[in-house]
Design a binder for this molecule. Structure first.
Ligand code: MBD
Ligand code: FE
Length: 284
């Protein structure tokens, strides 16, 4: 076995994230963008780059270092990680302007489709000795008029107690801490899982190298990822954080919102329980 197969290195998770992203993309997305649109967006982007170069009086040495680093981002398969950490929150901001249901947040690089289908009361797939504080996550999905959305789906995924995601860290079983929960007739769900740890950007890859070079910390606060969907409703991609959690005020990915913070309460013998309700708006 090579090192990347045994331990969750940047190269391992980066390559997997690139593969997962490619597999998730419908064909023809780029081809369908009009020349006018490409021209407008790329011009604005380049204007921003040129402006930064002039303002900061960027030197040839710095320009060539940047080129070298960008090549490494591609070679390490870290484009999904880098873009989701530093750019996606602005795209989500634009998308959310037309969103009236529950607040959304960024998808990030570690979503995997087609996970285990689970009933409304379920335990996420986990190892028999899964570490971490047990957490009951319960709530209800309603529509904009306050009616329960029967049979809504919660596609749920999160890191383990060491901050690693299954599918992107070779020591974890496939599908660990991932599942698609179908809510009951009342739109209710109750899921048993464990509280995830904060996530650290791998320090041994180009994204980590940039963070270190800039003196920025590499952390995201602990979070649950969700896509909540139901027929004829606009799906919500979101994340939920934990009250008092470290890095909540300085998420490296800039993806926290005050509405997305859970406040879990003690629930029996060392367990936590948290409730969160979702509101889905009609499609279009
Ligand atoms: C994550 O776990 C994540 O959610 C995002 C957005 C970026 C990097 C790692
Ligand atoms: Fe995440």
């Amino acid at each position: 076995m090579t090192r990347t197969e045994q331990s969750p290195t940047a190269a391992g998770s980066g390559a997997s994230a690139t593969q997962a992203f490619r597999a998730s993309q419908p064909q023809g997305t780029a081809e369908s963008t009009s020349p006018e649109r490409v021209s407008a967006v790329v011009k604005a982007l380049l204007d921003g780059v040129h402006e930064a170069i002039r303002t900061e009086q960027v030197t040839y040495t710095e320009f060539q270092a940047a080129k070298q680093w960008l090549i490494e981002v591609g070679e390490g398969g870290e484009w999904p990680l880098l873009l989701d950490v530093f750019v996606e929150h602005a795209v989500e901001d634009v998308a959310s302007r037309t969103q009236r249901g529950s607040k959304g947040s960024i998808l990030g690089p570690y979503y995997l489709p087609d996970q285990a289908k689970l009933p409304a009361e379920a335990t996420l797939p986990m190892r028999p000795d899964e570490k971490g504080t047990p957490l009951v996550f319960a709530g209800q999905v309603r529509d904009a008029a306050g009616r329960p959305v029967s049979g809504a789906e919660l596609d749920l995924w999160h890191a383990d107690d060491e901050g690693y995601y299954s599918g992107f860290a070779p020591h974890l079983p496939e599908g660990n801490l991932r599942g698609v929960v179908t809510a009951d007739e009342q739109g209710r769900f109750e899921v048993i899982t464990i509280q995830p740890a904060p996530y650290q950007i791998p320090t041994d890859g180009p994204t980590g190298k940039l963070l270190e070079a800039a003196g920025w910390h590499p952390w995201r606060p602990a979070h649950l990822h969700l896509i909540v969907r139901a027929p004829e409703h606009r799906p919500i991609t979101t994340q939920l954080y934990f009250e008092g959690g470290q890095w909540l005020d300085s998420d490296v990915a800039g993806a926290t919102k005050p509405e997305l913070v859970l406040n879990p309460q003690p629930h029996g013998d060392g367990w936590l329980r948290s409730e969160y309700d979702f509101v889905l708006e009609p499609e279009n």
